[in-house]
Design a protein around this ligand. Structure first.
Ligand code: ATP
Length: 256
């Protein structure tokens, strides 16, 4: 397949599956993320979002199925696939004994970039993300939001074709969230592709051109935002598909 063709999805998943013991976390999942799309991957807690994105990005080996980034098989050609994507993983340990600036630079050097470019881009990212003053501080001393931002900078420094972001806005303050949104929007406008997982339907509805809804390890619906949400808003559609499951219950003892 010609990986330069715009028909090749930025991310293509076929039959992805993963079990933890007897529990299926992801089952026979097929998904196409078109190039140049801003793709929201949503689902309730424990739906399989992180497991899917981990298998898609070479962090967790699937029991079955294929993951391709711009036509490159992630598990057959991990180095080539990883060059083309930037990943913000959920719950993965960073090298916390490095300073923020060192962490981003290290990520760039790992991708084979020259030192000068790495330095310039690291400074740009730290400035834009409001981390200039914390550049020399150890990552272990960062707050949760600062950690999220430095991990995001590390994922973006090599200007990959695809960004895979697991909960990029979690713990991030509203001003930084706005900055990150702006960065991602201009990245997509210039031809990049973003897939992000989130629980915040408003945010997905505002930012994303495409959506996939996953529950209990299965993809329930996917397509353009308009196709998926139909005549209602995304949250209503999400609840229709996933079910309320306790969402409308009350606790009598909590009535004061
Ligand atoms: N390392 C693991 N060992 C055992 N079970 C796991 C492991 N990781 C995930 N699971 C299980 O797999 C299922 C999917 O989890 P996953 O973290 O992918 O969901 P998620 O959609 O990302 O959830 P959340 O929105 O809460 O972050 C859950 O039932 C979870 O308990």
């Amino acid at each position: 397949m010609d990986s330069t063709s715009s028909d090749v999805p930025a991310l293509r998943l076929r039959g992805l599956a993963k079990r933890f013991g007897q529990t299926p976390a992801v089952e026979n999942l097929h998904l196409d993320v078109p190039r140049g799309s801003f793709y929201g991957f949503v689902g309730p807690n424990g739906a399989g979002k992180t497991t899917t994105l981990s298998m898609a990005t070479g962090l967790m080996r699937p029991d079955a199925g294929i993951a391709e980034v711009v036509g490159v098989d992630v598990w057959a050609h991990p180095r080539e696939a990883k060059r083309r994507m930037g990943v913000l993983a959920d719950g993965v340990m960073l090298f916390h004994k490095l300073t923020g600036a060192q962490l981003v630079s290290y990520a760039g050097l790992l991708r084979g970039m020259d030192r000068e470019t790495v330095q310039t881009r690291t400074a740009d990212l730290l400035r834009v993300l409001g981390l200039e003053e914390a550049a020399g501080k150890l990552v272990q001393d960062y707050s949760a939001g600062m950690t999220k931002k430095i991990a995001l900078a590390s994922a973006m420094v090599h200007a990959p074709e695809l960004l895979v972001l697991d909960e990029p806005f979690e713990a991030v303050d509203p001003v930084s969230a706005r900055t990150i949104r702006g960065l991602l929007e201009s990245y997509v406008a210039s031809g990049g592709t973003v897939i992000l997982s989130s629980h915040v339907m408003d945010l997905v509805q505002r930012m994303c051109s495409h959506v996939g809804i996953i529950s209990e390890g299965r993809l329930l619906d996917s397509g353009t935002l308009r196709e998926v949400q139909g005549e209602v808003d995304l949250e209503t559609r999400f609840v229709e598909l996933v079910g309320l499951d306790g969402g409308d219950q009350e606790l009598s003892w909590l009535h004061l």
